[in-house]
Design a binder for this molecule. Structure first.
Ligand SMILES: Cc1cc2nc3c(=O)[nH]c(=O)nc-3n(C[C@H](O)[C@H](O)[C@H](O)COP(=O)(O)O)c2cc1C
Length: 228
């Protein structure tokens, strides 16, 4: 994912991307990837996750968190937000609040983006405190921090200052993002195969990501500490 090179499925035309693959929805159900972004980097991560889910036969919608009306159509949700000044993007926070009742009853995974260095590839970066609280409220299954992107040409004043200090670049790692998507898809497929009693909507088994900074991890150091 480099600004100067064509990106692999990360920045399609703006607007909601609906899952239209008729071959999809073959167990594991329909999954929503919702995101909050300011400059599009987090959207690229969401799109990459969507592609991983489609490869695994899931039906997927990748949508800005602001446009999602209701969650009835979905069996699982992945919610992501950019980190700005130690806070998760407002659209992701609002989405979590608006849909909290439904989200608590379904499998939810959370991601944050992202440090402007390679730290997110080198180690697991736990959620910041605010995200951790949201995860706890939603009984989220797991969390990942992915590297972010800073492009001085479309950054604000602070972003341009940061770029001048040498952090400009694209630190998103498509392989890492897709690997997490496949992990989630495997969990959903396993639960779907186990039958409706342990199915997706029960928020049942806690694998597929609980190890990586799940809601239980109260003493986590946040992504703000990671060099961003
Ligand atoms: C003003 C500013 C503040 C930022 N604050 C943080 C932060 O607190 N923690 C972090 O990990 N990254 C931080 N970043 C990096 C962004 O999260 C990164 O650029 C991300 O990819 C932005 O996502 P977006 O393109 O979806 O808006 C900051 C970037 C800018 C420009």
């Amino acid at each position: 994912m480099n600004d100067r090179q064509p990106e692999r499925g990360t920045e399609p035309e703006p607007g909601p991307e609906r899952g239209t693959d008729p071959a999809a929805d073959q167990g594991g159900g329909r999954i929503l990837v919702a995101y909050g972004t300011r400059r599009g980097g987090t959207r690229g991560i969401a799109v990459e996750l969507g592609e991983a889910f489609r490869e695994d036969g899931l039906a997927v919608d990748v949508l800005p968190a602001t446009v999602v009306g209701e969650l009835k159509a979905y069996d699982a949700v992945v919610l992501g937000g950019a980190l700005y000044m130690y806070r998760w993007h407002r659209d992701a926070r609002r989405f979590a609040r608006r849909h909290s009742a439904e989200l608590r009853r379904m499998p939810v995974w959370i991601f944050s983006s992202g440090p402007l260095d390679r730290s997110a590839e080198e180690k697991d970066i736990p959620p910041i405190a605010g995200v951790l609280r949201i995860m706890s409220r939603l009984h989220a299954r797991g969390h990942r921090t992915f590297g972010g992107r800073l492009n001085s040409e479309d950054a604000g004043r602070i972003g341009r200052n940061m770029a001048r200090r040498g952090v400009e670049g694209d630190y998103r790692n498509p392989e890492q993002i897709r690997a997490w998507g496949h992990e989630i898809a495997r969990t959903l497929a396993k639960e779907s195969a186990a039958g409706p009693d342990r199915g997706a909507k029960d928020g049942g088994a806690k694998d597929g990501g609980a190890k990586d900074g799940g809601a239980k991890d109260g003493g986590a150091r946040g992504a703000q500490d990671s060099g961003a």
